[in-house]
Design a protein. Structure first.
Length: 736
C-alpha cells in the first residue's frame, strides 16, 4: 500500500511538472473557454465575428493560427526538457498535440452554447467527452496509419486533406452560419490531428531528400538555418551526436519554414489592425482575440525557450524592465490638443446660477402662460455600461423627444452620466440639435451600433504591453484608440461630426445665449477616489462640494475634444487605463457614482434655494411653477444579489477587493436613493423620479456590456425600447 502511494505521489509530481511546462498554453485555453462561454461579451463578440463572409474567413484564420502556435511552440518547449522527457516521454510527446486540438474544442463548445440558446454545462460535457473520444480513437489509428504506409503515400493523403481543408473552409465561409461551423469544425480538427501525427514521417527524408538543396551561393544561409534549427530543437544540457542533430534539422526544416511564414502573415494582419481603424473594424474583435492568443502565447513560449537555453529568467527581466522604465515614462497621458487662442475658453464657462438664469430667461414667456400650472424641468441620469448604456440611453431620450414633438429637449436642463451613459447623453443631444432631416432615433442608433471595440482591443492585447519600454511614441494607447473609434465611423453623421470638436463647443454653442443644457461627465480621481466632473459650467466648491473640475486642471492653451472627455469618464480598467493630467489620474465615474446622481442632487439643492428665495420675495413669482423631474436611464439587471458562502482563502486574501467591487454599485444606489428621497421631500410625497431600465424585473443579465454590440442584441434592445411600460407611462404623463 505504501509502495502504491509512493508511486502515485511520484506520478502526480511528474504530471504537475508537465502541467507547469505547458501552463501558458493551458492558461489561454482556460481564458478562451471562460470568456466565450461564461461572459455575455464573449458570446456577443463570437456572434459579431460571424456576421459576414469576410469576418468568418478571418475567424478561421485566427483559430488556425491559435491552434498552430499552441501546438508548435509547445513542441519547442517539449524538445528542450530532456530531463523531464526521461520520466514523462508520453506526456511531452502528446500534450502539444492535445493543446492544439483543444483550441478547436473550445470554440465548438462556445458555438454550440450560442446555437442552443443556453449555457448548459451538460452540453459542454457532451462536446468535451465527444472530442476526447475522437482523439483517443483517431490518434492511435493515425499512428498506425503513419507506421503502415510509406512517405509517398502519406504525402498523397496530406495533399487530399489540404484540398479537403480548402473546400470545407470555402464552404463554411460561404454559408457562414453557426450550425455550419459546428458541423464542419470537428472535421478541420480531425484533419489537424492527422497532419501533426504524420508530419514527422513525411518530413523524414529518404536519401534523395536528406540534404539541403545544393546552391553554392546559399551555403552560408543554409548552414545558419541548419544551426538555428539544431539550437532550437536541442536541449543544451543533452549533447546529441551530429547525425541526430542533422536528422532534427532535416525533419523540422519544412514545418519550421511554413510555421514562420504563416506566423508572419498572421502578424502582418495583426499589425495592420493596430495601425488601421477601418481594417480592425473590417476583421472584427473575434479574429483579433484569437490572433492575440496566438501572438501572446508564442511570445511567452519563446521567452521560456530562451530562458531554458540561457538559464536566465527572461520573463522576470521583462517584468523588471517594465517596472524600471515605468518610473521614467508615462504612456497614458490624456489626449489634449493645443488651442489657437491663449485665453482658455473653459474659463468663460458660467457658474450654475448664471447658466440657470439665462436658461430660464429664454423660457420666461412659456412660464408666464397663465394656462400652465406647472413647468417641468428635466434632469437626466444615465448609468454607465459602454455601448449597451449609450445605445439604450440615446434611444430612450430620442423616443421621448420624438413622441413629445421636441418639447422634451426644450425642457431638458441637465444631462449627467458616466462611461457609456455620457456617450448616449451627448449622442442624443448632438443628433437632436443637428439640422439633418432624419429621425433622431435613427441618427443615434446608426452611430451607436458602430464597432467601437476592435481598434482599442487590438492595442490592449498588443502594443500597450510594451508602451512603457518604448523611448519614443510609436503608437498611442488603447484609450486614444477608443477616442478615434468614437470620432470616426464608416458613414459620417451629425454625432460623429460634432464629437470631434473641442469641448468648448458645448459651452456657448448657440452664442450669445447659453442654450445648451448642463453637461456632466462624471469621473473619479484614481489616487484618492475623489469624484470629478467634466462640465460646460464651472464646478464650484460652494455648490458641488469637493468635486474636481477637470477642465480647470488644463493649461490656458490646452483643449480637450468631446470624444476625449467622454473616454475620460469611461476609463474602466483593465480595458482602458487611468488617464493622466498633471500627475492626477482619472478613471471611470462609475467607481464613485455610476449614474451621476450626486452632482445632480447638489445642483437641485442649489436651484431649489433660488426658487425658495424668489418666492419669499414674491409668492406669485413664476418660479413657483417650476418642478424638477429626474429621469434615470439604467441598464442594470434588477435581480437580487445572491449572498453565498466565501472560501476562507478569499476571505483572508481578497476581502478588500471583494468589498470594493461590492461597493461599486452600492455607492451609486445610495446616491440615487438620496436624490429620490429629496425630491419626495420638496414635493410632499409627489414622485418626480422616474426610472427607465433596460431590464425587466428579476431578468438576468442578457445584454452585453461592451463597446460593440451584435445585430442580434440590438434587435432585442429595440424591441425592449418599444415595449417598456415605465417608458410608455412616462411619455403619456409628459403629453398630459
Amino acid at each position: 500500500m505504501l509502495s502504491f502511494i509512493n508511486k502515485s505521489l511520484k506520478r502526480l509530481a511528474v504530471i504537475l511538472q508537465v502541467f507547469w511546462v505547458f501552463f501558458p498554453g493551458i492558461l489561454f485555453l482556460a481564458i478562451g473557454y471562460l470568456f466565450f462561454t461564461n461572459f455575455i461579451q464573449g458570446k456577443d463578440i463570437l456572434i459579431t465575428g460571424l456576421r459576414s463572409r469576410q469576418t468568418g474567413l478571418f475567424f478561421i484564420i485566427g483559430l488556425l493560427f491559435w491552434a498552430l502556435i499552441t501546438w508548435y511552440t509547445s513542441r519547442l518547449i517539449a524538445y528542450n526538457n530532456d530531463r523531464l522527457f526521461h520520466v514523462a516521454k508520453d506526456e511531452l510527446y502528446k500534450t502539444p498535440r492535445i493543446l492544439g486540438y483543444t483550441c478547436f474544442t473550445v470554440i465548438i463548445i462556445a458555438l454550440a452554447s450560442i446555437y442552443s440558446g443556453k449555457n448548459d454545462i451538460k452540453l459542454h460535457a457532451v462536446v468535451i467527452i465527444s472530442s476526447a473520444l475522437i482523439f483517443l480513437i483517431l490518434h492511435p489509428l493515425f499512428e498506425k496509419l503513419k507506421n503502415k504506409h510509406d512517405r509517398s503515400r502519406l504525402i498523397k493523403f496530406r495533399k487530399i486533406i489540404w484540398a479537403f481543408y480548402a473546400g470545407i473552409i470555402a464552404f463554411m465561409v460561404g454559408i457562414n452560419t453557426i450550425a455550419t461551423y459546428i458541423l464542419f469544425l470537428p472535421i478541420i480538427q480531425i484533419g489537424y490531428l492527422f497532419l501533426v501525427v504524420t508530419r514527422r514521417k513525411i518530413s523524414q527524408s529518404n536519401k534523395k531528400h536528406n540534404k539541403f538543396i545544393q546552391y553554392p551561393k546559399l551555403d552560408t544561409a543554409r548552414d545558419k538555418y541548419r544551426n538555428l534549427l539544431q539550437w532550437i530543437f536541442t536541449d543544451k544540457e543533452r549533447i546529441k551526436d551530429p547525425l541526430k542533430n542533422e536528422i532534427i534539422a532535416q525533419t523540422e526544416k519544412n514545418i519550421f519554414f511554413w510555421f514562420g511564414l504563416f506566423s508572419i502573415v498572421a502578424l502582418a494582419i495583426y499589425v495592420l489592425a493596430i495601425f488601421s481603424l477601418p481594417f480592425s473594424r473590417y476583421i472584427t474583435a473575434l479574429p483579433i482575440i484569437l490572433l492575440s492568443f496566438g501572438i501572446l502565447l508564442g511570445a511567452g513560449n519563446i521567452l521560456a525557450l530562451f530562458s531554458n537555453k540561457q538559464k536566465i529568467n527572461f520573463h522576470f527581466l521583462f517584468i523588471l524592465a517594465l517596472v524600471i522604465c515605468g518610473i521614467f515614462t508615462e504612456p497614458h497621458h490624456v489626449n489634449l490638443s493645443k488651442l489657437e487662442t491663449k485665453d482658455s475658453p473653459y474659463s468663460k464657462r458660467p457658474d450654475l446660477k448664471s447658466h440657470f438664469t439665462d436658461w430660464i430667461q429664454e423660457r420666461r414667456s412659456a412660464m408666464l402662460d397663465s394656462t400652465k400650472k406647472e413647468y417641468p424641468i428635466y434632469f437626466i441620469l444615465a448609468d454607465g455600461g459602454a455601448s449597451r448604456s449609450a445605445y439604450w440611453t440615446a434611444s430612450v431620450l430620442s423616443r421621448i423627444d420624438s413622441e413629445t414633438h421636441g418639447n422634451f429637449l426644450k425642457n431638458m436642463y441637465c444631462l449627467s452620466g458616466a462611461s457609456g451613459g455620457s456617450l448616449g447623453n451627448l449622442a442624443f443631444l448632438m443628433a437632436a440639435k443637428s439640422q439633418h432631416k432624419v429621425s433622431t432615433t435613427n441618427e443615434v442608433q446608426d452611430y451607436l451600433s458602430t464597432d467601437f471595440l476592435s481598434f482599442p482591443l487590438v492595442r490592449l492585447m498588443g502594443p500597450d504591453i510594451l508602451l512603457p519600454l518604448l523611448p519614443i511614441e510609436v503608437v498611442k494607447d488603447r484609450a486614444e484608440a477608443l477616442e478615434n473609434s468614437l470620432m470616426n465611423i464608416p458613414i459620417e453623421n451629425s454625432v460623429s461630426s460634432f464629437i470631434k470638436k473641442d469641448f468648448s463647443a458645448l459651452i456657448t454653442a448657440d452664442s450669445p445665449s447659453t442654450k445648451m443644457p448642463v453637461i456632466c461627465i462624471n469621473c473619479t480621481r484614481m489616487q484618492d477616489g475623489s469624484p470629478a466632473v467634466v462640465s460646460n459650467i464651472q464646478i464650484n466648491n460652494n455648490v458641488f462640494g469637493s468635486r474636481i473640475d477637470v477642465l480647470k486642471l488644463l493649461n490656458p492653451e490646452e483643449g480637450m475634444s468631446i470624444a476625449t472627455s467622454i473616454v475620460l469618464g469611461a476609463r474602466f480598467p483593465y480595458f482602458s487605463p487611468a488617464g493622466c493630467i498633471k500627475n492626477q489620474y482619472f478613471v471611470d465615474g462609475g467607481y464613485f457614482d455610476n449614474s451621476g446622481a450626486g452632482v445632480v442632487h447638489e445642483m437641485i439643492l442649489e436651484l431649489q434655494k433660488m426658487v425658495i428665495d424668489s418666492l419669499k420675495i414674491n409668492p406669485t413669482h413664476y418660479f413657483g411653477k417650476l418642478k424638477f423631474h429626474v429621469i434615470h436611464i439604467t441598464n442594470q439587471p434588477s435581480e437580487e444579489v445572491k449572498i453565498k458562502k466565501i472560501h476562507p482563502l478569499i476571505n483572508d486574501l481578497a476581502a478588500p477587493i471583494k468589498t470594493i467591487l461590492g461597493s461599486y454599485s452600492s455607492q451609486t444606489d445610495i446616491n440615487n436613493v438620496r436624490l429620490y428621497k429629496y425630491l419626495l421631500e420638496i414635493y410632499k410625497g409627489d414622485t418626480t423620479y422616474s426610472k427607465i431600465n433596460l431590464y425587466k424585473k428579476d431578468e438576468s443579465d442578457s445584454y452585453p456590456m461592451n463597446w460593440s454590440i451584435s445585430d442580434q442584441s440590438l434587435k432585442r434592445m429595440n424591441m425592449r425600447l418599444h415595449n417598456n411600460r415605465e417608458l410608455d407611462a412616462l411619455i403619456q404623463q409628459m403629453k398630459k
